[in-house]
Design a protein around this ligand. Structure first.
Ligand SMILES: C[S@@+](CC[C@H](N)C(=O)[O-])C[C@H]1O[C@@H](n2cnc3c(N)ncnc32)[C@H](O)[C@@H]1O
Length: 311
């Protein structure tokens, strides 16, 4: 098993050269700093500090001001959120610097695509930055039909739709899918060729299979744990295997499937073992692919992901 050392997680503040690279590629949403007990992210002109200890928040806040001054990084507001052990205890970020009269929304850009950010709706503001390279990969594959499971604000679908894909977005949260539609509009992408289903992914996949639907790319990026109205309890360690088996039935012969999770018990090796079992059970064959490393994340931070290229 891979051990994450303190040194690896203490990545510090990003290099000014990386800041310039992000700007040059049309990205203003990325990590600024990673430490063992917290991290700092940028969403457009706003900054979010995530902390596991109050001392870490204070240290990151002080360092942010001096780092920003030294590299000429300008920001409008700072939000902070506590990272609890249990996801049920998560709360929305709080404004700790900036004008409390301004609305809590902003727009983040990633490789010239726009994503709506809202610091007032919940713990997560609308875009998972550790999926940036996976979003780039879906753009590279340019599938004709994408099935986006646990779609949240549909960021994978926006990335595929900008290359001409039609998408099917499933999420139990109607509000998240509504934000997904807004993201389509932000990028001038009409939603006529896109479907949105507010339901439990586990109930929808067999329905799609019965209808004989097939997809060239499928995204499986579930939460570690969730208990949502309209869906029975979801626990990734228990549910991922069946999800993948059901998804494989919907994948085109040479389709691609992304498996991604932030669950600490399902790092890449464990994911690989599970994938091999599911491929055998469904008599499918695939090669494994990993997206490029995120330059703003230290090794071991962020979600673990595997792409399957089916044969
Ligand atoms: C980790 S987020 C997905 C992030 C998304 N893939 C992205 O990169 O933006 C998890 C999402 O799963 C949804 N969800 C949780 N349980 C679900 C279920 N049983 N069926 C469908 N969606 C579910 C939540 O509403 C949430 O939007």
């Amino acid at each position: 098993m891979r051990l994450e050392t303190t040194q690896e997680m203490n990545f510090g503040w990003i290099d000014p050269a990386l800041l310039r690279d992000f700007q040059a590629e049309g990205t203003d949403s990325h990590r600024l700093c990673t430490m063992e007990d917290g991290w700092v992210e940028r969403f457009g002109r706003d900054v979010l500090i995530s902390f596991k200890r109050v001392l870490t928040r204070e240290r990151l806040l002080t360092e942010l001001h001096s780092w920003a001054g030294s590299v000429g990084f300008q920001f409008r507001r700072i939000f902070a959120r506590f990272v609890p052990r249990k996801s049920e205890q998560r709360e929305p970020p709080r404004l700790i610097f900036g004008d409390p009269g301004e609305n809590l929304q902003t727009i983040a850009t990633e490789r010239h695509l726009k994503f709506g950010i809202d610091f007032g709706t919940g713990y997560s503001p609308g875009l998972f930055l550790d999926q940036r390279e996976n979003r780039r990969y879906i753009r590279h594959i340019a599938p004709r039909r994408l099935l986006n499971c646990f779609a949240y604000t549909c960021s994978f679908s926006i990335s595929a739709a900008c290359r001409g894909a039609t998408t099917l977005n499933i999420d139990v949260s109607k509000k998240s899918l509504a934000r997904g539609r807004e993201n389509f509009a932000l990028n001038n992408l009409p939603t006529i060729d896109h479907r949105f289903i507010a339901d439990d992914v586990r109930a929808v996949l067999p329905r799609l299979a019965r209808r004989g639907e097939k997809f060239e790319a499928i995204i499986l990026d579930p939460p570690t744990f969730s208990r949502s109205p309209g869906a029975k309890r979801f626990q990734v360690e228990e549910d991922f295997e069946k999800l993948l088996i059901d998804a494989l039935e919907l994948a085109e012969r040479d389709g691609h499937v992304l498996l991604s999770t932030s669950c600490s018990a399902l790092r890449e090796h464990a994911l690989e073992v599970m994938v091999r079992y599911c491929l055998k059970a469904t008599r499918r064959a695939a090669t494994f692919h990993r997206s490029s490393r995120l330059p703003d994340f230290p090794p071991g931070a962020g979600a673990s992901s595997i792409w399957l290229a089916l044969r």
